[in-house]
Design a protein around this ligand. Structure first.
Ligand code: CA
Length: 241
């Protein structure tokens, strides 16, 4: 099998700058392993763009499991804050997925950026949001619909940049030919429902899907920065191209 991917990130319609960061920043295809990542930065004197960009760079540089990549990103942000205390308070989400040619996918994840698998019309979220409202849903105190509209829906219970003992969520899944993997920041999922997102994933090249999703978020208000990565799992072409 081979992976055909596309990625995009947009400031949206309301925010003054884009504090999301993604990896890779270019589209491509490979018959080898692929690492993709989304980070959604927040807060601090200089804003979250420093944190998300540091996280993505450290995660891409670190050779290791997605969990180790997330830890390296956390350490990089904390070291930077020690060097420059004016940056204190900055943090970021980080979702890293490593896809291997045998179809094994491993995720390392902290925060409320998400990964989903689309398979033959079934659309499944494979990360758990580290948010106050998600904990309330799990405890049975809020319904998913109430959580979606809750005023504190963006409040994170876990983020990079605040403690060395950060707990990284690890998930494993399989992909096969025809599947699609989506990584995105909450600027997509807070603007566009899962049902609509699933509809976009059904057809079109990854780059078309990425930009259609970003446009959908912006048409729905574009209240936040929006980042999207789509990986399509295709047949391997022995001849290459
Ligand atoms: Ca966001």
């Amino acid at each position: 099998m081979r992976f055909v991917w596309a990625s995009g990130s947009d400031t949206g319609r309301r925010r003054p700058k884009n504090e999301d960061s993604i990896h890779p920043k270019h589209d491509g295809r490979t018959s080898g392993s692929l690492m993709v990542a989304v980070a959604d930065g927040m807060g601090g004197h200089h804003g979250g763009d420093v944190a998300s960009s540091l996280a993505i760079k450290a995660a891409a540089r670190r050779v290791g499991t997605p969990e180790e990549r997330v830890r390296a990103a956390n350490d990089a942000i904390m070291e930077r804050v020690l060097e420059d205390p004016r940056l204190a308070g900055m943090g970021t989400t980080l979702t890293v997925a490593e896809l291997r040619p045998d179809g094994e996918v491993t995720l390392g994840h902290v925060g409320d950026s998400r990964a989903y698998r689309w398979r033959a019309g079934r659309f499944e979220q494979v990360t758990i949001d580290h948010t106050f409202v998600q904990e309330e849903v799990e405890a049975g105190r809020l319904t998913p619909e109430q959580a979606r509209h809750h005023p504190e829906r963006s409040l994170l219970t876990r983020a990079l940049g605040f403690e060395h003992g950060l707990v990284v969520e690890v998930a494993r899944l399989k992909v096969s030919v025809g599947d699609r993997l989506l990584l995105c920041s909450d600027g997509l999922t807070s603007m566009v429902t899962d049902d609509r997102i699933a509809g976009f994933l059904e057809s079109g090249a990854p780059s078309e899907v990425v930009w259609a999703l970003i446009e959908a978020a912006n048409r729905s208000g574009g209240l936040d920065n929006v980042s999207v990565i789509v990986v399509a799992v295709a047949e391997d072409e022995a001849s290459g191209d």
